[in-house]
Every structure is written in C-alpha cells, then in structure tokens.
Design a binder for this molecule. Structure first.
Ligand code: TXA
Ligand code: MG
Length: 336
C-alpha cells in the first residue's frame, strides 16, 4: 500500500518531515519552483539514497537549500555579488554557485570546489528547513532525465514506492526549476548556467553589470568531464513521447481522423479553431502570459506523455525574459 502524503497545512506533518530528515531519511518537499527530493546535506548515507532513488549519476552535483544567511555561511564563501543578488531575490528561485567550505561532502558537489546554494521561498519548505535546522540537499524529485515534478502526485507517479515520504503542498507556483548563476570567480563575469524564473534581465538590473549567458557546450552523453550543470545535457527534462518543436504561430494542420498527435499551443484562441472543438489541441495558457505557460508546461507534458500519442508538437514561446528558460527546457525535451 502506498503511504499517504504528509500534509503541508498540518504543523504536525511539517514537524514529522523535519524529524525524518534529521534522522537521515529522504523526504520529497514542495518548493516554489518544482518538488525536491531532500536529504541532510551533511549526511552521506542520506545523500547516497537520493542518488539511488533518482538513478542519478554521482557526477551530477546537488543544490543545497538553506533557511538563512548563517546556514549559507556554513556551506559556502559568499561574495559581494552573492550579497547583492540575495538582497534582491532571496528567498526565491535563484541558485548561486560559490566556492564551497571544506566540510561540505564531495557527494553534494560531485567533487567540485564549488557548491550550489538556494534559499527557497515556499512557506512549507521554509518551515521544514527551520524545524530541521540543517541545510537540505535537494535535486528535483524525478528520475534522472525525466520531467521535473510540479505537484505531489507527479513525485508519487514517477518515484512510486522508492519514495514513501512526500509532503504535499499542492502545485508549485513557478513550475520550472530555479535559475543557476555561477558567482564563484569574482574576477570573471557572473555566468548563468541554467535559465529560470529569475531572468537575465532581472539579474543584470540588480547587479548593474552584464552577465555571461554563453551556454557552456551541451554534452551529448553524460560524462563527468566538461559538464558545468547537467541541466546542460543535450537531452534532459524529457517525456518518453517524441517532442517536435513548432516555431511560434505555426497553425496545427486540419484535424485528421485517428491521428495520435497532440498539438500544444501557447495560448487558447478566442474562438475554437474548428467545430466541433478538436480534442488533439492543448493550450498552455488562457492569456499567453509566460508565468502561466511555465506553471503549466511540465504538468502538461507529463499528462500527454501518458496519453498514448506518437508525437507531441509544442509551440515555442518568444525567447525574452522567462521565455529563455522555457526555450531551454523545450529544446532539451525535444533532443533525440
Ligand atoms: O528549482 C530548483 O533548482 C530545484 C528545487 C528542488 O530547488 N532543484 C533542482 O535540482 O532543479 P536539480 O538537481 O534537478 O538541478 C540542479 C542543477 C544540476 O543541473 C546540477 O548540475 C547543478 O544544479 N549544480 C549543482 N551544483 C553545481 C555546482 N557546484 N556547479 C555547477 N552546477 C551545479
Ligand atoms: Mg532536475
């Protein structure tokens, strides 16, 4: 029998999640971006379990979540840029890569001299962090390479019995993983390793400087060498059903009988494209707003992945702002 979800609205369940984590268990927790699979960042056995549950290769380092600045200082050496960006965006969907403290286990950082740290904004995640009093390493709570989970049911669906403890707080607001920015070298420009809800434009405004967005070369094969962030694997965040990308505004072809293709468009048109209304069309938003598209995208891909389709055709959003992150995820989802 599957264990019931822990309920984020119940203070006893928050305390239970914190207790489990302190005792070295792995617990799936909600954040404002996606659900994470959390463990005590200083407990090697618990960290190993996270890799095992996700079938994640050990060369892929984890993000550590902190409750406050004091906790960050136990893990990393912050600098002036980190301070500025924390003032502007923490708690929130921005992860810093900084030089690590020697105490941080090599398992967390894949043996790198840097550590990725984020102070999440989700009230349930913050409550667990505070109650546990320990930094929590948490990758997205999905099998390695699959679509990130944006609600508790997604975690159960794809991790099943491997992950009994799941704290349910409903759907994640952003629905897309945090932005990762490398701040480890104060003499080089800050560099975005993964686009996300905190956009390049927002970061440049806060820092008052240009950031480096030149994508590190995408790796085709998982390999320990030359992989600055595995979100950078050419194929990642992928449904099993093949994805084909459509340039913006491409109209779907007229509906054919017995087609097993799904067409995913950015915005519901004001009037149905065809009557009776087609069942092979899906809309990522009612209003075309990027936030709504991001919020729905992974959930939509997961649902359609179970729909028995031969191909998912997905309309690409414009690349400005949050669109950059959506582009990135969709390109990797579509990579063969
Ligand atoms: O929104 C998020 O970031 C979610 C929630 C749970 O916080 N977490 C998440 O974790 O997306 P994950 O493991 O799925 O993605 C973390 C990314 C990986 O691509 C990893 O390679 C990169 O962060 N990363 C971790 N430590 C790093 C480091 N020291 N240097 C460069 N990249 C690092
Ligand atoms: Mg992930």
């Amino acid at each position: 029998m599957t264990a019931p979800f822990l309920d984020a609205k119940n203070p006893a369940d928050i305390e239970r999640a914190a207790q489990l984590l302190r005792a070295g268990e792995v617990v799936a927790l909600p954040t404002e971006t996606v659900y994470g699979l959390a463990a005590d960042a200083f407990n090697e056995a618990a960290l190993r379990r996270v890799f095992e549950i996700k079938s994640r290769p050990f060369f892929d380092p984890l993000i550590v979540h902190v409750a406050d600045w004091a906790m960050l200082e136990k893990l990393a050496q912050p600098n002036a840029r980190a301070k500025k960006l924390a003032d502007a965006f923490w708690p929130g969907a921005l992860t810093f890569v900084l030089p690590k403290k020697p105490e941080v286990p090599a398992l967390v950082t894949a043996g790198k001299p840097t550590v990725a740290v984020r102070m999440p904004a989700h009230p349930a995640m913050r409550a667990v962090l505070k109650a546990a009093g320990i930094p929590l390493a948490a990758p997205s709570a999905n099998p390695f390479g699959y679509i990130s989970p944006t609600c508790a049911a997604h975690v159960r669906d794809s991790l099943g019995e491997r992950q009994p403890h799941i704290l349910d707080a409903g759907p994640c607001v952003h629905g897309i993983e945090s932005t990762i920015i490398d701040l480890s070298d104060p003499d080089a420009p800050a560099r975005i390793l993964r686009h996300g809800p905190v956009t390049r434009e927002m970061i440049e405004t806060a820092l008052g400087e240009i950031v480096d967005t030149s994508a590190p070369k995408a790796a085709t094969e998982p390999s320990p060498a030359g992989l600055p962030a595995p979100g950078l694997l050419k194929r990642h965040y992928s449904p099993q059903t093949p994805v084909t990308l459509l340039s913006r505004g491409t109209p779907p072809p007229p509906c054919a009988d017995n087609t097993r293709q799904a067409w995913v468009l950015l915005k519901r048109p004001r009037r149905p494209l065809q009557k009776p209304e087609r069942t092979d069309l899906f809309f990522l938003s009612e209003n075309g707003q990027m936030e709504q598209i991001a919020h729905n995208m992974f959930a939509m891909l997961r649902t359609l992945d179970k729909g028995g389709y031969s191909t998912l055709f997905v309309e690409l959003p414009p690349r400005a702002g949050l669109g950059e992150a959506l582009h990135d995820r969709l390109r990797r989802a579509a990579a063969r």
